[in-house]
Design a binder for this molecule. Structure first.
Ligand SMILES: NC(=O)c1ccc[n+]([C@@H]2O[C@H](COP(=O)([O-])OP(=O)(O)OC[C@H]3O[C@@H](n4cnc5c(N)ncnc54)[C@H](O)[C@@H]3O)[C@@H](O)[C@H]2O)c1
Length: 392
């Protein structure tokens, strides 16, 4: 069967479900979008129409293309329509019981060879698969927000996933122009695991009083080349969401101190200062509110960047060390899932692995905390004089 002949079903017409539906329809698939709430279906349909209308206004798409895309998507309030789907992607709220219930119902409706996938960000694929009679056709496909713009999709085969299902899913989503990386079914998959120090170490630097938020953001952007600073980004993501991801990764790693959440962020959540959406977070977004200017000190800025980057690289090494993903996939994931200016491991090669090891060892000596333990793979590679990307 050629790819476009596969009908795609989406369960959950929220931010992610609607975005993924747009991607599938843009790539020629017939798409069904189901949501348990009628008003959400209406909202999603209207929202998609206006997003696409804007594309026409900006000259990025023709009206004909938009009509074709919309013509391929049916918003339905009856999940029994999913009988003809070859792939169903679930994007309902992040509640395990609700996801399990969706899959148990779907299994009684879809064809035997229909692939069932979840867009979960934080639940294990194994835990959701326990609701299925045939978990071998179940897999994680983790899109990033906004799905039509973000190139990355993490593919997460679970303990029971048939390798052929994984290959078919990868080929299909790759044919949608996405960059595919494969992750083990481990907490945070690749991006939400490796990115933790971007927030956590920046918060720690703030808590120690080394610099204020504006200066840390300035250092990461101006000296590091990151598109957004950690505090601006946390304000954009929302502290409720970001704190929840950190807490969940911390818990799932059996409270490894590397992932310890920050009480400074917890206080913002408790106060309801969730970031841009509530107009207050680390910055003040109310009309005319003053915000501090960064201290543009190159020496201080470089020290801040080096500390956060060292911790990010150490975490990227751990993902390779623990066989979560290949070095290439870790780099692709961070560049395309969170727009890092370089792959962290390629960056480590560029800095020099001995220098990175020296930096993290200095942090460990200074603080005597488990959080700063150098990754064994980093130590081993330095000992053996290796690089992540050896020139052949
Ligand atoms: N928002 C993100 O940045 C992001 C990124 C990657 C992955 N995810 C994951 O994608 C999933 C959806 O997230 P979202 O941000 O689109 O959430 P959302 O709240 O925007 O949408 C969830 C939708 O699920 C619907 N729903 C609830 N219960 C349902 C049921 N029983 N049957 C059918 N529909 C039901 C809701 O009506 C809502 O429309 C979650 O698992 C989330 O973790 C989110």
């Amino acid at each position: 069967m050629i790819n476009q002949e596969i009908t795609v079903g989406i369960v959950g017409a929220g931010t992610m479900g609607t975005g993924i539906a747009q991607v599938a329809a843009t790539n020629g698939h017939q798409v069904y979008v189901y949501d348990a709430f009628q008003e959400q279906l209406k909202k999603a349909e209207a929202g998609l129409q206006s997003i696409l209308a804007r594309q026409v206004e900006k000259g990025r798409m023709s009206q004909e293309e938009v009509d074709q895309i919309l013509g391929r998507i049916q918003f339905v309030d009856n999940i029994t329509m999913f009988g003809e789907c070859g792939l169903v992607i679930e994007a309902v709220i992040e509640k395990p019981e609700i996801k399990k219930d969706v899959f148990a119902r779907l299994e009684g409706i879809v064809k035997r060879d229909c692939i069932l996938a979840s867009n979960t960000s934080s639940l294990s694929i194994a835990s959701i698969s326990s609701a299925l009679k045939r978990p071998e056709r179940f897999i994680g496909v983790h899109f990033f927000n906004p799905a039509p713009l973000m190139k990355l999709v993490e593919i997460i085969p679970g303990i029971a996933t048939n390798p052929d299902v994984a290959e078919t899913t990868k080929a299909l989503i790759k044919s949608w122009g996405k960059i595919i990386v494969t992750s083990k079914d481990a907490p945070g998959f690749i991006v939400n695991r490796v990115a933790r120090p971007f927030y956590g170490e920046a918060l720690r630097i703030l808590e120690e009083g080394v610099a204020d938020v504006a200066t840390i953001d300035w250092a990461m952007k101006e000296i590091g080349g990151f598109r957004m600073g950690p505090f601006e980004l946390m304000d954009l993501i929302g502290h409720d969401v970001n704190y929840e991801v950190t807490s969940s990764v911390f818990k799932e790693f059996y409270y490894d101190p590397r992932f310890k959440p920050s009480f400074t962020q917890k206080r913002l959540v408790e106060a309801g200062w969730l970031g841009r959406k509530t107009k207050r977070g680390f910055y003040d977004y109310r009309e005319g509110a003053p915000n501090p200017d960064p201290i543009k000190n190159k020496v201080l800025g470089t020290a801040i960047l080096n500390r956060v980057l060292t911790m990010l690289i150490n975490e990227a090494c751990d993902a390779v060390f623990m066989n979560i993903a290949t070095a290439e996939d870790v780099d692709l994931a961070m560049q395309n899932g969170v727009n890092y200016p370089k792959g962290l491991l390629a960056w480590a090669d560029e800095i020099g692995l001995p220098k990175v090891l020296d930096s993290i060892t200095a942090l460990q000596n200074e603080y005597q905390e488990e959080r700063y333990r150098p990754n064994p793979l980093l130590k081993r590679m330095v000992r053996e004089g290796r690089k992540f990307y050896e020139k052949v």
